[in-house]
Ligand binder design. Structure first.
Ligand code: MHF
Ligand code: KIV
Ligand code: MG
Length: 304
C-alpha cells in the first residue's frame, strides 16, 4: 500500500505526482536547505524536497522571505542537489523562485527559472501568485521547466496581505482563490501549494483540479502536505503557528547534546584517549632554541 515501505525506488517525476493524486496516494513534501538535511529527508521517504525561500527566515534570520536573492536560492539548491545525489535518487527536487526574480517580466522569470534549473539542479521551480502570473508560467513551462504554483498565504506578499494571516475566509475571496487555482492549472502548473486557507476551501480546490494540491495550513483534503523541516523537527520554540505539528523535539535534543559537550570540555573528560592521536616519533623532535620553553601552566596553575 504505502510506496515508501517497499517496492522499487523509482524517481518521482511530475507524471508520478499526477498518478499519485489519481491513485489517492498522499504526497509528502518537506523543505531542506543543505546537503545533510536533504540526505536525511530523502532517506526518510519524502516524495518531494522543496528548497523554500523560507530559508530567509529559518537560515538567515530575517523576519520575511523578501531579502532572499536568486543567487542564494541557487547556492542552497545546489547543496541540496548534491545531498540528494548521495541517496537513492527517488525524491523530486523543487526550488522557490525568490522575490524579485520573476515578477518584473516574463523574460526575467524565464532566465531565473533556467538559472535555478541549470546551476541549482532543481527539476521544477515554485512561484507565488494567481491568475496574473499565467503568462509568466506559460513562458517558463515553454522553456522546459515545470512550475509549481503557490496561492493563499503568499509570504512574498506579506505587506500586501498585512501580515501572515489566513486567506480566502469570505465567500468572495474563496471564489477568487478557486478562479486563481483554475487559471494556474490552465497555465500549465503541474502542482499547486495552498497555504493557510480554510480546509473547506482546500477541499473544493483539490476536487476541482486534476493537478495535485499540496497544503500547508490548508487541512486534510489536499493531495499532499508540506512542512518546513525545522518546524516539524521542533527545532525552534519561537515559531509555533497553528498548522505546525512538532514530530520531534530536536531543539531540546540539540541543547542537551551541546550542553553535555560543553560540560565535558570544562570537566576535562573530553577528549579522552579514544579521541586522541599518538605518535611515538614525536619524542624524537629535536629541542631547538625556538621550541625549548616551558609549557604555560593551565588556569589552575598546575603544570600540563
Ligand atoms: N519556519 C517557517 N515555517 C513556515 O511555515 C514559513 C516560514 N518559516 N517562513 C515563510 C513562511 C511564513 N509562514 C507563516 C508565518 C506565520 C504564520 C502565522 O503566524 N499564522 C497564524 C495565522 C493567524 C490567522 O490568520 O489566524 C497562525 O496562528 O497560524 C503563518 C505562515 C509560512 N512559512
Ligand atoms: C512553506 C513552503 C510552501 C514554502 O514556500 C517555503 O518553505 O518557502
Ligand atoms: Mg516559499
Amino acid at each position: 500500500m504505502s510506496s515508501h515501505t517497499a517496492g522499487p525506488r523509482k524517481h518521482v517525476t511530475v507524471h508520478e505526482l499526477r498518478r499519485m493524486k489519481e491513485a489517492g496516494e498522499k504526497i509528502a513534501v518537506v523543505t531542506a536547505y543543505d546537503a545533510t538535511a536533504a540526505r536525511l529527508v530523502a532517506a526518510a521517504g519524502a516524495d518531494v524536497v522543496l528548497v523554500g525561500d523560507s530559508l530567509g527566515m529559518v537560515v538567515q534570520g530575517h523576519d520575511s522571505t523578501l531579502p532572499v536573492t536568486l543567487e542564494q536560492m541557487t547556492y542552497h539548491c545546489a547543496a541540496v542537489r548534491r545531498g540528494l545525489a548521495r541517496g537513492d535518487g527517488r525524491a523530486h527536487l523543487v526550488g522557490d523562485l525568490s522575490f524579485g526574480s520573476y515578477q518584473a517580466s516574463p523574460d526575467e522569470a524565464v532566465k531565473s527559472a533556467m538559472r535555478l534549473a541549470a546551476e541549482g539542479g532543481v527539476e521544477a521551480v515554485k512561484l507565488e501568485g494567481g491568475a496574473e502570473f499565467g503568462e509568466v508560467i506559460r513562458r517558463i513551462v515553454r522553456a522546459g521547466v515545470p512550475v509549481m504554483g503557490h496561492i493563499g498565504l503568499t509570504p512574498q506578499s506579506v505587506h500586501k496581505m498585512g501580515g501572515y494571516v489566513v486567506q480566502g475566509k469570505d465567500s468572495e475571496k474563496a471564489q477568487q482563490l478557486l478562479k486563481d487555482a483554475r487559471a494556474l492549472e490552465a497555465a500549465g502548473c503541474y502542482a499547486l501549494v495552498l497555504e493557510c486557507i480554510p480546509a473547506e476551501l482546500a477541499r473544493i480546490v483539490s476536487g476541482q483540479l486534476r493537478i495535485p494540491t499540496i497544503g500547508i495550513g490548508a487541512g486534510p483534503h489536499c493531495d499532499g502536505q508540506v512542512l518546513v523541516l525545522n518546524d516539524l523537527l521542533g527545532l525552534d520554540d519561537a515559531f509555533t503557528p497553528k498548522f505546525v505539528k512538532r514530530f520531534g523535539e530536536l531543539g531540546a535534543a540539540v541543547k542537551g547534546a551541546v550542553g553535555a559537550y560543553v560540560g565535558e570540555v570544562k570537566a576535562r573528560t573530553f577528549p579522552a584517549d579514544a579521541h586522541s592521536f599518538h605518535s611515538s616519533a614525536v619524542r624524537l623532535v629535536p629541542v631547538t632554541p625556538e621550541n625549548d620553553r616551558e609549557e604555560p601552566p593551565d588556569a589552575m596553575g598546575a603544570p600540563i
